[in-house]
Design a protein around this ligand. Sequence first.
Ligand code: HEM
Length: 120
Amino acid sequence: MADSLYERLGGSEGINRIASDALDNHLANPRIKSRYEHLDNLEAVRKGAANFFISATGGPDVYEGKNMIETHKGMNIDEAEFMAVVDDILDSLDKNSIAQREQEEVLFALYSLRREIVGV
Ligand code: HEM
């Protein structure tokens, strides 16, 4: 059987790096940085985002946060913000030398979550 996406993204170590770089991108992205820069639990969000990815890609079941609807409910997130987050994550995959095939799988997984995040 083919390796899980989790393994092909570099396991927990690789995904922690990717998620952390993505959050750094968000903090530098004028379209969305105001969503994150004031958070007093930023390091917990960094860890939570990595754990969500680890669990969602076939790694160990380490995510203990709320589901995506509950997490983003009432934030009034629009399509442009959603695209900005996706772009930041694709950029962090590039930075971490993740190949096109894996990038496509991540993109599909992210896009599938759109209805649980935009306008909920
Ligand atoms: C597919 C896209 C997205 C995914 C997979 C995602 C995933 C997550 C996860 C896993 C958490 C952490 C939950 C926890 O540890 O408890 C989180 C928190 C957060 N997300 Fe997203 N997110 C996405 C899109 C967005 C967008 C577009 C925005 C707004 C620009 C956004 C804003 C936030 C904020 C502000 C938090 C922190 C909430 C808090 O703890 O106060 N997210 N997200």
